[in-house]
Design a binder for this molecule. Sequence first.
Ligand code: PLP
Length: 452
Amino acid sequence: METTKYLLSEKEMPTSWYNILPDLPVPLPPPLHPGTGQPLGPADLAPLFPMALIMQEVSSEPFIEIPEEVQSIYHLWRPSPLYRARRLEKALDTPAKIYYKYEGVSPAGSHKPNTAVAQAYYNKKEGVKRLATETGAGQWGSALAMACMFFGLECKVYMVKVSYNQKPYRRILMETWGAKVVPSPSTDTNAGKTILNQDPDSPGSLGIAISEAVEDAAGREDTKYSLGSVLNHVLLHQTVIGLETKKQMEMAGDYPDIVVGCIGGGSNFAGLFLPYAGDKIKQGKKIRIIAVEPEACPTVTKGPYCYDFGDTVGLTPLLKMHTLGHTFVPPSIHAGGLRYHGMAPIVSHLGNLGIIEAVAVHQNAAFKAGIQFARNEGIIAAPEPTHAIKVVIDEAVRCKNEGVSRTILFNLSGHGHFDLTSYDDYLTGKLEDYEYPEALVKKALADLPKVA
Ligand SMILES: *Cc1c(COP(=O)(O)O)cnc(C)c1O
């Protein structure tokens, strides 16, 4: 079998992140103040974020330097490998070429440390002592716990209660790196207490946990808030993925026709596709960029594109994005990282402009694809990127049926070593498909904030 792996040296790792904001053909709609409905100024965000990140959120610089201390931590696992999936290609008997960028090589097992390390760095530099955040299944919490450890910051994680009880391993990761983890809703915040009063058995949701973490950070001088997806600066930090991939695809002598990734809040996929979206906008490259979401949480394919809160209680700024409504309580599917009610404003905007497209898939089909991938390529993917793999396989089969070769690239955002229960459920036939009902979408949308 020929070469299947493309590696860069540390010296070849990108030293800047790519910021798409100045290249957008139509400017991104601004975040609005929840009280006044007016566009936010930097000062409005200062209680929650360090100024360096607020400035990145609205920057018009196309490239932003990666600080040396961040680069040196990245070097623990970066540059990450790009693989050609030759064995999968052969099994599918497809003329398509399939490449994947593998982000499961980080110590936390996903792409999330790319932004966690950067966020911890900027907070530390501005004198912050403690970070508060939320986590669903624990990928983000564990990434931030590790990043805080590197910079000597305290880390408080509000973990969605159902995951806290059912999935102890990432909680143990967080605690091993020194973070304090509580099940959300908790009694540590007013937001948590309010929810518990209404529903003592609340399983929690990301939206609720965000309310708790935001309240925690806003109420303490020494603490800021940290978000693992959705915001512009998070997507910015993740572009190290796509910038590396471009160099690796050059080594392979290829350029993608189709770029695929899974979307929860949008950050891993944006990290891969934004540099290519830049090519599409500036050079007119003909690339299909396909975002894949679960049928059980169909934010882009079923949710309208409008202003909504990022959290359940309504403490955050209003973001223009695809949303299922901030009161959305997700059904318990296995891809914990894909269960957020909103979608990154940049990803939503690019979808609205027709630069990227979105599809939804069922979890049984996703796991089936994940197992086919594992049985050919070896790597056991996290449940989230199996959604991308499903669409990659469909596109590769289409190439075969049409008798054309296309180059398909996808982001393998993490490994599934802590998600093996969900593979077990699939293998023993216990996994159920669930399509989020149109009626529930309508109901949740009745609670949308009114903006002009
Ligand atoms: C969190 C997570 C996701 C979903 O979040 P995005 O911000 O959309 O990337 C996808 N894959 C993995 C492995 C994750 O941990």
